[in-house]
Write a protein that binds this ligand. Structure first.
Ligand SMILES: [Zn+2]
Length: 446
């Protein structure tokens, strides 16, 4: 097995000793060069070279995921960059270069895929340009052959600082105060890939001191955080969310992070422990912050428990930042266009949105495209946030079992909540991103 290189390859290397990633030409060029050198080196050496090359390009392009697919006679490699998949390689497969076997072994799988379906998940670490890159691998049997998806976790890209996730000054001040409450529960919601985990980690990191015991329950543990006790859920061994949480509560915790609440048991234990001197952070699956309350009702959590334990909730999405090299200034949209855009919204909310878009002093940008941004017009991402804080009015509505739209309206009115769309418009106004990007990302919620 040593032949393949082992899992911890490169782990002992000292940061900074490696040369910076040398990425010359495209991944396709690199692949063709490797194919050309066939016969001069054993196939496995070429597979090692190719897997390294793919990862180097992935890090260079800031890809979050690498898809390695068999498409009939072709090998296809796609990168997800700033949330969008891009073709990087689509060339005839080469049977003499065992690429998937190489990655399978790095991930700790058997070199050959199992004959009957089995869920395979593994991880490995790789030093590239002096940086420890963690890679999580998942394998999936398609009718065309095995598909591998590599999630690339680059610590430097993760930006684990709460000041860097994209919260504006006001929200940042509120959050920093809120996460220093001695007890209560704070929810984060957002679709997959919305940056929830990054926000949760950033919050934990912000309050982490040797004086408090922070324990997390995660599925999976995405990143190892220093000084924090992280545990991995495992349904196989009975270490479920609710069992894990019961165990954690016997570990004298101050702060608990529960990766996700999706059933009554976990919700009930979480909210109760938030009432008995613990501070909890968790995620829950809903489309916006106010609908978290209805989701908890649906799970069967009593209103008084929600009203008395909940500190607030935040919904978030990631938006692409406009490429600073090629973006161009733009005028605000005309009033009829804005009227058309808001016509299906709640009238009060629509009015706020309209005023935000049309208020003078904006520095709107439109995307263009240049070689720097691969002609996409965008480079990098930042968060947009909807921060709902508990107040007496919202608490009263919770006790009355009020529906989401009432809670949302109250949060906007009395809690000064800015919806995702409103926060996004604020970011577009400052020229960080574009209005079209905000509309693309928030379209499903208007
Ligand atoms: Zn550009």
């Amino acid at each position: 097995m040593a032949f393949w290189g082992n899992k911890q390859e490169g782990e002992s290397a000292q940061p900074g000793q490696q040369a910076p990633t040398q990425v010359t030409g495209t991944l396709e060029d690199g692949y063709n060069d490797i194919v050309k050198s066939k016969g001069r080196a054993p196939g496995i050496d070429l597979a090692i070279k190719l897997s390294d090359l793919i990862l180097e390009h992935a890090v260079h392009e800031r890809a979050s995921d690498v898809h390695i697919e068999s498409q009939g006679a072709n090998l296809r490699v796609r990168f997800r960059v700033d949330g969008i998949l891009q073709d990087m390689l689509n060339s005839p497969k080469n049977a003499d270069i065992p690429l998937t076997q190489r990655i399978r072994v790095l991930a700790g799988f058997d070199p050959e895929p199992p004959t009957s379906f089995r869920n395979e998940e593994g991880r490995f670490q790789k030093m590239l340009s002096g940086r420890a890159i963690q890679v999580r691998v998942s394998s999936f049997p398609t009718v065309n052959g095995e598909k591998l998806v590599l999630r690339v976790l680059d610590r430097q890209q993760l930006g684990l600082d709460i000041d860097q996730v994209g919260l504006d000054q006001d929200a940042l001040t509120i959050i920093k105060k809120l996460i220093r409450n001695p007890y209560g529960i704070f929810f984060i919601t957002g679709s997959t890939g919305s940056g929830k985990t990054t926000s949760l980690y950033a919050m934990l990191k912000n309050i982490n001191t040797p004086m408090i015991n922070i324990i997390t329950l995660e599925d999976p543990v995405e990143y190892r955080l220093e000084g924090i006790n992280q545990a991995q859920i495992s349904a196989k061994t009975g270490f479920t969310w609710s069992e894990g949480l019961r165990t954690i509560l016997r570990q004298d915790p101050d702060v608990i992070m529960v990766g996700e609440i999706r059933d009554y048991d976990t919700a009930e234990i979480s909210l109760r422990s938030a009432l008995t001197g613990h501070l909890l952070f968790t995620t829950i699956h809903t489309i916006n912050a106010p609908s978290i309350i209805e989701r908890l009702f649906e799970m069967g959590v009593p209103p008084f428990l929600i009203g008395s334990s909940m500190l607030g909730a935040m919904s978030q999405r990631l938006v692409r930042k406009v490429c600073p090299k090629c973006c161009q200034g733009a005028a605000a949209p005309s009033e009829p266009v804005v009227n058309e855009f808001i016509k299906n919204m709640d009238p009060e909310e629509g009015k706020v949105v309209k005023d935000l878009i049309l208020a003078p002093g904006a520095n709107y940008k439109v995307e263009k495209g240049c070689p720097e941004c691969r002609s996409t017009g965008y480079m990098g991402r930042t968060g947009i946030f909807e921060l709902m804080l508990m107040n007496e009015e919202i608490r009263k509505h919770i006790l009355d079992h009020a529906p989401t739209d009432v809670i949302k309206r109250t949060a906007i009115k009395s809690g000064k909540m800015r919806t995702l769309l409103m926060d996004g418009i604020m970011k577009a106004r400052t020229g960080v991103t574009t209005l079209s990007e905000i509309i693309r990302v928030t379209a499903t919620m208007v």
